[in-house]
Design a protein around this ligand. Sequence first.
Ligand code: AVI
Length: 323
Amino acid sequence: MNPVPVRERAPLFVQLHQDDHAGVRAELASGLQADIAFTHPKYLYDVLGSRLFEAITELPEYYPTRTEASIFASHAPAMAALIPQGMTLVDLGAGNCEKAARLFDVLRPARYVAVDISVTFLQDALQCLQRQHPLMDMVGVGMDFSAGLTLPPAAGDGQRLLFYPGSSIGNFTPAEALVFLRQAREAAPGGGLLIGVDLVKPVSVLEPAYDDALGVTAAFNRNMLLHINRLLGSDFEVSQWRHRALYKAGDARIEMHLDAVQDVTVRWPGAQRDFKQGESIHTENSCKYTPQQFEDLLREAGFSRIEQWRDPQDWFAVFLARG
Ligand code: AVI
């Protein structure tokens, strides 16, 4: 008997935005010239920054990645029981696509849409996954979804489950997170959002997670200066800046800063900024929520059917929001 022919599929790749170099330079310059200098955390992720972040996820102090993985390992079947098979799984910030791929066997999506800032980050991982799952439609989309979550037609019109793991929602302020969650609900009508959220916990656990003994997080933070030098043409000297991470209980967030270890003048084409010793650049917020606070935020965004799963220490939660 002849074997039934299987249609060979190949991933489709779409890049939605062109790099706006002038816009990037203007954004960086205005942040550096603000009274309290700041930079958007997306500039932490050049090629080396992305590798350093992967290393962070392996550190003993950085609990979020492994705690979230343990929740999926224990509860994925319960999550899958609430999610219809054959959906389009939209992976926001997919990177190496590993987290979503671990759920394929239990969620059984018909289509996988991997979204990341650059489609080139997705190419190898998606091609490899396509070989392992030849019957699944796979699409790679390059877009900056932190600026808006309108998915391209290539994402298809099937029912969607948006997947946003890793507690990246914490890198938005709560007001920005609300805007994002509203957009997520609109992008998945009749579908849902599966999202990982880091929870409020003792400062003795939080601060080492963002200031590890090996100094990997310090390297991740300071590497941003090298990335900015390339983007802006500035002359930051990494050795003049020290990493600092602190938990601000009032705002329930970890803040990362780079502090000038001496008086420093930073120059770039057309401008400069003097920093006094100890003056800092605020590089990232990582907001933590109580389970109730995050559920309230989901309801405020319009979701009405909300489930959650947590690890035994209540350090991390995965929410499924629908309706
Ligand atoms: C990507 N994001 C969820 C990480 C976090 O925990 O906020 C980024 C990070 N910053 C320092 N360490 C990890």
